[in-house]
Design a protein around this ligand. Structure first.
Ligand code: NAD
Ligand code: WQD
Length: 340
């Protein structure tokens, strides 16, 4: 069982919640994050929430190979969880080179440092976006992949690259987890999603409308072939995602090589259903208007979470009510996000 875990992107949304989950389960955690999309204050919140701090936090770009090697020299790392990446789909269309550079270049730099330091366990953040314009739901890991934007392509490339490295390094174990739509916050309200600028994703946007930072939610299309016409997604509580990573660590040694799993709940929720659930959580109607479709959106993306349940005996535990309650608690307690 790994005891010291290197978490890249550990100050980010999913990374910070995973750090808490690991620290409260006895793991020692080392973080590498350049804070290009996070606040260093997130790690103070991690320490407060978990009751103990991470062992070390390096403000380092993953692609700085000298600095990354120094981190591996300084700690006996048993396993790596690799979150660090750029993640905005629309932006990836505008600045594709930056996305390939950070996401693919960061991953190859990490794989090189792991090989050099004989670290043989990796959990990689992949994404449901690799499935592209899914023609059926729910999606299993065996369904075809067909990325439709540079961001999604970087995730698929990283899966392929780690697969190639696994074939070359027989002792390497990699779990690539394809998350669907992570939302929510730690139930304490100390940690949550704090995007910079205008949120791209629906849940932080809703939370900012609810707290008065934005006037209304724009619902992107109500003419999809879904029950109420709005987009259907598989929202998964970020604490379930964090727990999924802790459980993944326990299963890295089950077999060598590359394995891919969906991380979702199997339940689809429409934008209007999400809006209603969030309104109930915060106790007021959230203003909204129906606008045109957002380019690139698909009608429905829902996971078949059966493979991970069969492999690990693990399923998600939190529902939409929990997701909205916890997202709202974080936003209400931190109306402007993290300080600084
Ligand atoms: P996030 O932006 O909150 O966290 C990513 C962290 O990585 C940030 O703290 C950022 O500062 C750091 N980072 C970025 N580039 C770096 C670099 N070159 N060197 C060091 N640190 C760097 O994003 P998140 O929502 O926590 O996502 C984590 C991972 O999960 C990403 O790989 C993302 O692609 C993947 N993912 C996210 C979602 C989602 O909806 N949030 C869904 C599927 C997959
Ligand atoms: C959800 C639904 C929108 C905003 C993204 C990435 C994906 C993965 C998860 C990283 C859709 C609607 C949204 C708004 C709206 N991330 N919406 N008004 O697009 O499913 O997935 O995050 O890997 O790769 O693409 O998430 O939260 O943006 O949208 O009506 O202001 O909400 O049309 O139906 P998405 P989202």
């Amino acid at each position: 069982m790994p005891t010291t875990v290197l978490v890249t992107g550990g100050a980010g949304f999913i990374g910070s919640h995973t750090c808490v989950e690991l620290l409260t389960h006895g793991y020692d955690v080392v973080v590498v994050d350049d804070h290009s999309n996070s606040s260093p204050h997130a790690l103070e919140r991690v320490a407060k929430t978990a009751g103990r701090p991470v062992t070390a936090a390096y403000e380092t770009d993953l692609r700085d190979r000298r600095a990354l090697n120094a981190v591996f020299d300084a700690h006996r790392v048993d396993a790596v969880i690799h979150f660090a990446a750029r993640k905005a789909v629309g932006e990836s269309v505008q600045i594709p080179v930056a996305y390939y550079d950070t996401n693919v270049g960061g991953t190859t730099a990490l794989l090189a440092a792991m090989e050099q330091h004989d670290v043989r366990r990796l959990v990689f953040s992949s994404s449901c976006s690799v499935y592209g314009d899914a023609t059926k739901v729910p999606l299993t890991e065996a369904d075809p992949v067909a990325p439709t934007n540079p961001y999604a392509t970087t995730k698929l490339l990283c899966e392929r690259i780690t697969g190639d490295v696994c074939r070359r390094l027989p002792g390497l174990s990699v779990l690539a987890l394809r998350y669907f739509n992570p939302v929510g916050a730690h139930p304490s309200g100390h940690l949550g999603e704090d995007p910079r600028g205008v949120p791209n994703n629906v849940m932080p946007y809703l939370a900012q409308v609810a707290v008065g930072r934005r006037d209304r939610l724009r619902v992107f299309g109500d003419d999809y072939p879904t029950p109420d016409g709005t987009g259907v997604r598989d929202y998964i509580h970020v604490m379930d995602v964090a727990e999924g990573h802790r459980v993944a660590l326990e299963h890295l040694d089950d077999e060598h090589g590359m394995r891919v799993f969906n991380l979702g709940t199997g339940t689809g929720t429409s934008v209007l259903e999400l809006l209603a659930a969030f309104s109930a959580a915060c106790g007021r109607e959230i203003p909204h208007e129906i606008t045109g479709r957002r380019p690139g959106d698909v009608p429905a993306l829902v996971a078949d979470p059966g493979a991970v349940a069969r492999a690990w005996g693990w399923t998600t535990r939190r529902d939409l009510t929990d997701m909205c309650r916890d997202a709202w608690r974080f936003q209400e307690l931190n109306p402007s996000g993290y300080p600084g």
